[in-house]
Design a binder for this molecule. Structure first.
Ligand code: ZN
Length: 461
């Protein structure tokens, strides 16, 4: 079954993210001209090279830092004359987006990674915090998504409205083409309220509000996750008032977690009784905790028409990580959702597209992203070889999306399990040794870990 074929009527959901045709650049053409991502991939590829050349020239001319990188490498827009020159495009390590100075220098740093000129927000003080900066830019139409690793460094990725609309369009189209999409489904989001945060995973899952009826979207945790809050959780703060706030939060958290889980379990039981379908989306460790709680109480539900969408990976220390197949087994046992209705997504703040798995569990890479696998010396490897993941992403206007990640992957030329076209990521993605555990799930795991144990009792004091 290819859900993509019958979904022209879903186009209206996507339409508001498509700019008027008169304003299309080759990048918009590459994203919006193909009717489907995975049915005629070769056709979609036709638009790829003009889009990348256009984007490369844009960042070369308008991004101070990237221009310098190109100069050092002796690459100019003229160098990129045909498809075979794509490998000459200088790639930036993802650490580039973490290399910001603290304090006053942050705003200037943001200016150097931003392509073009940043909007000029007005700040109340000379030394605005990261949160104040993010909030003010939000008001001016530039969203700054962040994610963080165990080291406490954040990645900040600035996106103007147009670049962010491309992210939304791409992710929505992947959901429509790879999952069993029904706009009337119920949705459970195991994340902080995405309308209240810029944490990447929350922002991405927030696309549910565009794909489904907002009245059917249930958010597990209603709490504002800001960079300041995350720092407090790490106990890196200096100010005494922040320490007091952090203490209060860490005391209340297991109770909030427990109540949230119980509410979700109740909701699942209710959905089973009503015969409705639900899509449950969130990081696997969160779903795992809910399923453990259900098992402990001898509960299970049977939701054979519902779907799971996990994303963000496991905890930083990965001590509880289950191989995906074992986790799917647990989902089937506890929630009655079959393996082929379990999907996982690989997403990074730095990349405009998400790679969503099909019913066969391989993650499909949509156009116009060019996936690359590199060896230790950063030479390109072919399909079926294991190496470091890198990609050329022509979609962002606001930062250069030519990036080397710290993830270890294998890419297959096409999916061994389904008929959709285009390359796929093999099922398990791991961090390369020597790279810190990072990503949004690591952040959320830290928020929740407290002492790791559920005492099942109300905390005192
Ligand atoms: Zn597939």
């Amino acid at each position: 079954m290819t859900p993509a074929l019958g979904n022209r009527n879903f186009m209206e959901k996507l339409e508001k993210f498509i700019p008027p045709r008169a304003e299309w650049t080759p990048v918009d053409t590459a994203l919006h001209a193909p009717e489907t991502f995975f049915v005629d991939y070769a056709n979609a590829q036709e638009y790829l090279f003009p889009a990348i050349r256009h984007t490369f020239k844009h960042h070369y001319e308008n991004n101070f830092l990237y221009h310098r990188v190109c100069e050092v490498n002796g690459v100019t827009p003229e160098t990129i004359a045909s498809k075979k020159d794509l490998k000459k495009i200088p790639l930036l390590p993802d650490a580039f987006f973490k290399d910001y100075p603290d304090g006053k220098g942050f705003l200037n740093w943001l200016k150097t990674i931003f392509t073009g000129s940043l909007p000029r927000p007005v700040f109340k003080t000379d030394n605005p915090s990261h949160d104040e900066i993010i909030e003010e830019f939000n008001k001016k139409g530039t969203s700054i998504m962040f994610t963080s690793g165990t080291s406490g460094r954040f990645s900040f990725i600035p996106r103007d409205t147009r670049s962010w609309n491309r992210v939304k369009y791409s992710a929505m189209k992947s959901v429509i083409e790879l999952m069993d999409y029904n706009p009337n489904d119920q949705i459970i989001l195991l994340i902080p309220d995405p309308r209240q945060t810029n944490l990447t995973i929350a922002s991405l899952f927030g696309i549910a509000y565009d794909l489904y009826n907002p009245a059917n979207v249930h958010v597990a945790l209603d709490m504002k996750i800001t960079t300041q809050f995350l720092r407090m959780q790490r106990d890196e703060t200096i100010g005494i008032s922040e320490k007091i706030k952090a203490k209060a939060l860490s005391t209340i958290s297991p109770l909030v977690q427990r109540n949230s889980d119980l509410r979700i379990i109740h909701l699942l039981e209710h959905i089973q009784q009503s015969g409705k379908r639900v899509n449950i989306a969130g990081p696997p460790f969160w779903l795992d905790r809910i399923m453990d709680r259900m098992k402990k109480e001898g509960k299970s539900v049977s939701l054979p028409d519902s779907q799971i969408l996990t994303g963000g990976g496991w905890k930083a220390d990965e001590s509880k990580r289950l191989p995906e197949e074992a986790f799917r087994e647990k989902v089937q046992e506890t929630l009655g959702i079959p393996h082929e209705r379990y999907h996982d997504v690989y997403a990074m703040s730095e990349c405009s597209s998400v790679f969503l798995s099909c019913e066969g569990h391989y993650k499909h890479i949509p156009p116009p992203i060019v996936p690359l696998v590199l060896d230790e010396d950063l030479n390109q490897l072919g399909y079926d070889q294991v190496g470091r993941f890198a990609f050329i992403d022509p979609l962002p206007d606001s930062y250069p999306g030519f990036i080397i990640t710290g993830d270890r992957v294998k890419i297959l030329e096409r999916c061994p399990k389904c008929k959709r076209e285009g390359p796929v990521l093999d099922i398990e993605v791991t961090r390369l040794p020597g790279f810190e555990g990072r990503g949004c799930a690591a952040v959320m795991a830290e928020l929740m870990k407290q002492d790791g144990e559920d005492h099942g009792a109300f905390p005192v004091g």
